[in-house]
Ligand binder design. Structure first.
Ligand SMILES: C[S@@+](CC[C@H](N)C(=O)[O-])C[C@H]1O[C@@H](n2cnc3c(N)ncnc32)[C@H](O)[C@@H]1O
Length: 362
C-alpha cells in the first residue's frame, strides 16, 4: 500500500513529463526561434495536430490567442486539465488523490482494467487499482466540475505512464516478468489559460472553420496510427469498456484513424493547405523515409510537402539533427527534423487550389 501523502507542495507533472511519439518538447527553442525570425504581425497561433500540447504550451506565452486541437480523446482531456478555464477546488482534488493513493489493491475486486491489462501493460495490482480509481472518478462525475474531472483523469494518465510496462506506447507490452510497482497518483500542473480554445476535431474539418495568423502542423509521418499507439489511454478516458482483442488487448479501431498515416496522406495534406485561412503555415516533418522498417517510412515525401506549400506562397526550409523518441529502437540513421515556413499569398493559393476550393478533387 502507498503511504505517501501528496500536498500542494508535492512537485506536479508538467506537460512534458509524458512519453509520446513525435513530441516536440526538445525542439521547442529551435521551432520558436525560427517562427519568431520568419513571421511578423502574428497575434494568434493554431497547433492543429497538437499531441502532448508541447508546442501550444510555448505558444501560450507568446501569442494573444492559441487554438489547440487533436482528435484523440485522451489528448483532449489533458488540454482541458493543463489549460482549460473552469472552476476547480485544489483541496478537494488533493484529498481525493490521497484517498485513491491509500487504496490497498489487494482488498478491492477485479475490474475491466485489471482483467484486460493486468500483467500485460501494468503489473496486476496496479492495473486493479487503476480500474478501480477510474470507476470512482466516473461515479463522482456529478460532484466534480468539468475541470476537476479532467484534472483527475489527467493526473491518472501521467502517473500510470511512469509505471507502464511498455517502450512508451501501447502498440505492444514488454514480454518480461513484470515487477510490482508502487503507483502514486500525483497532480498535474493545472493552469487556467484564458487565451486558449480547445478542439477535438479532424484537422481538415477544423481548417475550414478557423482563422489564425500562424498555423503549426505536425501531422503523423508514417503508417503508425496514434489511436493504436495510445489505445489504452483512449479506453481509459472514454470508459465505455469495449471488447478488446488479441494478446495486445486492443479495441476495434472504428474512429480516429488518420489519413496522414495512409497512402491518402498527400491528398489530405493538399486539402488542408488549400482550406486553411492563415498568414503563415509552419510544418514539422522528418526524414524517416530512409527508415529500415516499412511502418516508419514517411507517407509524404519532403519534396512533396515543399511543392504543395509552394502553391500558396514562398517557402523556406530549415533542418535540425535530432534523435527522435522512437520507443528505444533506432530504426533509421541520419534522423533530421524539418521545419517548413510559408508566408501565404492568398491570390496564389486561390489560383493554385481553385478546383479543390470549388469542391472538386485535383
Ligand atoms: C506528430 S504528433 C504531434 C506531436 C506534437 N507536436 C507534440 O509535440 O506532442 C501528431 C498528432 O496528430 C494527431 N492526429 C493525427 N491525425 C489527425 C487528424 N486527422 N486530425 C487531428 N489530429 C490528428 C495524432 O493524434 C497525434 O497526436
Amino acid at each position: 500500500m502507498c503511504k505517501k501523502i501528496i500536498t500542494k507542495y508535492t512537485p506536479r507533472f508538467n506537460l512534458e513529463s509524458r512519453r509520446y511519439i513525435g513530441c516536440k518538447a526538445k525542439l521547442i527553442d529551435w521551432i520558436f526561434g525560427l517562427i519568431q525570425q520568419e513571421t511578423h504581425d502574428a497575434n494568434s497561433f493554431c497547433d492543429i495536430f497538437a499531441g502532448t500540447g508541447s508546442v501550444s504550451n510555448r505558444a501560450i506565452c507568446l501569442f494573444d490567442h492559441v487554438t489547440i486541437n487533436d482528435f484523440l480523446y485522451s489528448n483532449h482531456v489533458l488540454y482541458h486539465a493543463f489549460f482549460g478555464v473552469g472552476e476547480w477546488n485544489e483541496e478537494k482534488i488533493l484529498q481525493m488523490l490521497n484517498e485513491f493513493n491509500a487504496i490497498d489493491a489487494t482488498q478491492i475486486p477485479d475490474n475491466y482494467f485489471s482483467i484486460n491489462y493486468g500483467d500485460k501493460y501494468f503489473d496486476y495490482l496496479s492495473a486493479r487499482k487503476i480500474g478501480y480509481v477510474r470507476d470512482l472518478i466516473e461515479e463522482r462525475k456529478t460532484i466534480l466540475s468539468e475541470k476537476e474531472y479532467c484534472v483527475l483523469i489527467a493526473s491518472l494518465i501521467y502517473s500510470i505512464d511512469r509505471i507502464a510496462n511498455t517502450l512508451g506506447h501501447f502498440e505492444a507490452y514488454r514480454k518480461v516478468k513484470i515487477v510490482p510497482q508502487n503507483l502514486l497518483i500525483k497532480l498535474v500542473d493545472v493552469r487556467q489559460c484564458a487565451n486558449v480554445d480547445i478542439f477535438q476535431k479532424d484537422a481538415n474539418k477544423l481548417a475550414r472553420e478557423i482563422h489564425t495568423d500562424i498555423v503549426y502542423m505536425d501531422p503523423p509521418y508514417n503508417s503508425r496510427q496514434y489511436s493504436r499507439f495510445y489505445h489504452v489511454y483512449e479506453v481509459l478516458v472514454k470508459w465505455d469498456k469495449p471488447t478488446l482483442y488479441s494478446d495486445a488487448a486492443k479495441p476495434k479501431f472504428t474512429e480516429n484513424n488518420s489519413d496522414y498515416c495512409r497512402t491518402a496522406a498527400l491528398e489530405a495534406f493538399t486539402d488542408l493547405i488549400a482550406h486553411i485561412d492563415t498568414k503563415f503555415i509552419v510544418v514539422s516533418y522528418n526524414n524517416t523515409y530512409k527508415s529500415k522498417s516499412s511502418s516508419s517510412e514517411n507517407k509524404i515525401k519532403l519534396e512533396q510537402i515543399e511543392e504543395v506549400l509552394n502553391n500558396c506562397g514562398t517557402t523556406k526550409v530549415f533542418t535540425h539533427k535530432h534523435q527522435a523518441f522512437n520507443a528505444g529502437k533506432t530504426d533509421f540513421d541520419d534522423h533530421k527534423e524539418y521545419l517548413f515556413i510559408t508566408e501565404v499569398d492568398n491570390e496564389k493559393r486561390n489560383r493554385s487550389f481553385a478546383a479543390l476550393l470549388r469542391g472538386r478533387q485535383i
